[in-house]
Ligand binder design. Structure first.
Ligand code: GTP
Ligand code: MG
Length: 371
């Protein structure tokens, strides 16, 4: 065999090895979690719409940001996209040209496209027209100032801090797939643990092994107990056990994760009622707080989701996540105006520090501040 043939054969062999490795990696990515029979998971949840459940495990399904400390970002930085999107356009509309009759229409269009929603936008503009004289309406600074006041008036709401005197307080966290439930729980666990509270987490999303892992990582970092069941365990039994543990260990807070569910799937929504009943059996009065998590990037759809969750279970408050990733921060105004539910927390990033108590004054101040 001459040297040329040898090199050719060697090259071919290396190529084949690469192809084989590539195929193996691709197939592995679709392997179910150890011990999980995908057929069985789907069969067990027949009627729960198997399309909503993913028994396959993939590293990408364990979305936990790196733990390294990063400087805490300001609210203003977290709202940068909304500020440069909505506020920059608002300034352009108000200050950019002579104010005439068309201003109100333009403002309305801007408010609606910024996810403030038609109803709330009309309300805001009606208020402006009533409050301001014709002369003032021609003054851009007066229009902007009054608009800020009106928005502040809508989002102003008093939310008492989470009461941690229920021995333990049980917080049930619900919402559509991927809105940020588990991440918000992780951030809350870290925060309350840092404040010296004892926190127990319930891995109530038992449909995917990766969902449990995700909660475990957050729990481990926060230094709190995570109660989980075997693969495919009944979520109600895991949550029951977690509340029992929280009681036994005299924890201050038990936060229960739940699987994401489409608000349009009646049977999945029914399951939430069952979970609530079980919580009350484990600890009378529980859940003391039902926190609905909404993803701000979904804009007006978040309002539709909230309406449907509200119909299924009594929602106490909202967490609005991913405000950092959207110019649609105006949806907060529509949510406060239309849902009659307090926004308790806002998420402005993936990291542990990126959860804030919602404070209307700070929020509107950050939106309207001149940069
Ligand atoms: N930028 C940004 N990303 C966020 C925020 N909150 C959550 N995320 C990201 O959103 C993705 C989904 O978050 P999860 O916490 O897994 O959402 P989930 O609601 O638990 O999802 P399911 O359990 O699949 O229903 C993750 O990549 C998070 O890091 C936030 O405030 N800002
Ligand atoms: Mg989750």
């Amino acid at each position: 065999m001459d040297i040329g043939t040898l090199i050719f054969a060697g090259g071919g062999l290396i190529f084949l090895v690469f192809v084989a490795l590539f195929i193996r990696k691709q197939t592995q990515r679709r392997l179910p979690a150890p011990g999980v029979d995908p057929e069985k998971v789907l069969a067990d949840h027949a009627g729960k719409d198997s399309a909503d459940l993913d028994p396959f495990r993939d590293e990408a399904d364990v979305p936990v940001p790196p733990a390294e400390a990063a400087p805490k970002q300001s609210l203003s930085a977290g709202l940068a996209k909304t500020k440069t999107g909505f506020m920059a356009k608002l300034n352009a509309v108000i200050f950019g040209r002579g104010l005439d009759e068309g201003l109100v229409d333009e403002l309305e269009a801007l408010l609606v496209t910024s996810d403030i929603g038609i109803r709330t936008a009309e309300k805001l503009l009606e208020g402006l027209k009533q409050d301001l004289s014709k002369q003032e309406l021609k003054d851009p600074a007066a229009v902007k100032k009054r608009l800020e006041e009106k928005i502040r008036g809508i989002v102003a709401q008093k939310v008492a801090p989470l009461a941690l005197d229920k021995g333990p307080t049980v917080l049930m966290v619900i919402g559509v797939n991927g809105v940020g439930k588990t991440t918000t729980i992780g951030k809350l666990a870290a925060r309350y643990t840092q404040e010296g509270k004892k926190v127990v987490l319930a891995a109530g999303d038992t449909f995917r092994a990766a969902a449990v892992q995700q909660l475990e990582i957050w729990g481990e970092r926060a230094g709190c107990v995570v109660v989980k069941g075997p693969n495919e365990a009944d979520p109600a039994s895991v949550i029951f056990e977690a509340i029992q543990k929280a009681k036994a260990e005299k924890a201050d807070l038990c936060i229960c994760d739940t699987a994401g569910r489409l608000h349009t799937k009646v049977n999945l929504m029914e399951e939430l009622k069952k979970l609530k009943r079980v919580m009350n059996k484990a600890h009378e009065g529980a859940p003391h707080e039902v926190l609905l998590v909404l993803d701000a990037t979904t804009g007006q759809n978040a309002i539709t989701q909230a309406r449907q969750f509200k119909e299924a279970v009594e929602v106490s408050s909202l967490a609005l996540t991913k405000l950092d990733g959207t110019a649609k921060g105006g949806v907060v105004v529509a949510i406060c105006d239309e849902l009659g539910l307090p926004v308790r927390y806002i998420g402005i990033g993936e990291k542990v520090d990126d959860l804030r108590d919602f404070n209307a004054d700070e929020f509107v101040g950050a939106l309207f501040e001149e940069t």
